[in-house]
Design a protein around this ligand. Structure first.
Ligand SMILES: Nc1ncnc2c1ncn2[C@@H]1O[C@H](COP(=O)(O)OP(=O)(O)O)[C@@H](O)[C@H]1O
Ligand SMILES: [Mg+2]
Length: 286
């Protein structure tokens, strides 16, 4: 559904040592994942070439096709996000019309509304997966539209209900091969309650996750994706129905853990479990 959005943004493929063969393999791989990559959620999406038996990295880097020169760094110490009169339309269909909202640093917000109300659209604007048709999003005084792609991906994390699990090890699925301190990894495993599971695996963190994560449950995969997001230590975390397959009790304890360990993080939660509301400083209904 949103695949067209990714195509429209346009990504350039970067490869280390490129030969015609690897380039063709990369293009095929890219096509096969593009349908799954419904929104561009990863810092740099890293795909693993499963055909060649070795790990190859494909980095998808946004081309600045709209001609906007993005040079701003992310204001990591921002204290307020302002959404000013946002419009967003899919063709003729207006999903958001002059929508304004301000979010404080450290605030937890539950976003609710019927299916189709525009919850995912709004969070995609906040994470700059989409750009508003009109209006502006400011992090303090800095327009989100002027911040470089890598800075946006590094500082804002969006976790979807159906995110990507790679055919790679448990560790790689969490870190996306970025350098990560062992204690940070352990801390995050505890927060998302995967520490005991990982301990029980034959190769622990080096255990392979099979294609699509078929050797793990839906809830476990969602916890891996939340863990991956937390490892970035983002200042804005969006969980868009990404706890749907996690039981109510476990969702509650994971959210409690996140709240205790990431005090300065603003969290937007789209969850249909009524218990999630107790974590909200505010409930916004679309
Ligand atoms: N890629 C798309 N193309 C056309 N319409 C879309 C697309 N994505 C979402 N919509 C429409 O926009 C509206 C808002 O969708 P969405 O933000 O996903 O709502 P929610 O997350 O609240 O269920 C819905 O009517 C939906 O059908
Ligand atoms: Mg949605």
């Amino acid at each position: 559904m949103i695949g067209g959005g990714v195509g429209a943004l346009g990504y350039q493929l970067y490869w280390g040592e490129i030969t015609a063969g690897t380039m063709a393999a990369a293009a095929a791989l890219l096509d096969s994942v593009r349908t799954q990559l419904s929104t561009f959620t990863e810092t740099l999406s890293i795909m693993l070439d499963k055909w060649r038996g070795s790990i190859r990295l494909v980095r998808l880097v946004e081309r600045e096709e709209d001609g906007v020169l993005r040079s701003q760094t992310f204001p990591v110490n921002w204290s307020k996000i302002e959404c000013q009169r946002l419009d967003y339309s899919f063709g003729e269909k207006k999903v958001l019309k002059s929508f304004s909202l301000s979010l404080q640093r450290g605030e937890w917000v539950i976003l609710q509304g019927a299916s189709g109300a525009g919850k995912s659209t709004l969070v995609e604007l906040l994470c700059r997966v989409r750009n508003p048709t009109a209006g502006m999003i400011l992090f303090d005084q800095i327009p989100l539209s002027t911040i470089t792609e890598s800075e946006v991906r590094k500082n804002i994390a969006l976790v979807l209900q159906q995110g990507m699990i790679f055919t790679a090890t448990f560790r790689e699925n969490l870190t996306l091969q970025s350098v990560t301190a062992a204690e940070d990894l352990l801390q995050v495993l505890k927060i998302v309650e995967l520490d005991i599971l990982v301990e029980s695996l034959p190769m622990k963190l080096d255990t392979e996750i099979f294609e699509g994560g078929e050797n793990f449950s839906g809830g476990e995969k969602q916890r891996i994706m939340i863990g991956r997001a937390l490892l970035k230590n983002p200042s804005l975390l969006v969980l868009d129905e990404s706890t749907a397959m996690i039981g109510a009790q476990q969702e509650e304890s994971i959210l409690t853990n996140i709240r205790a360990n990431f005090p300065g993080m603003t969290v937007i939660l789209v969850s249909h479990k009524s218990d999630a509301k107790k974590f909200a400083d505010r409930v916004i209904t679309l």
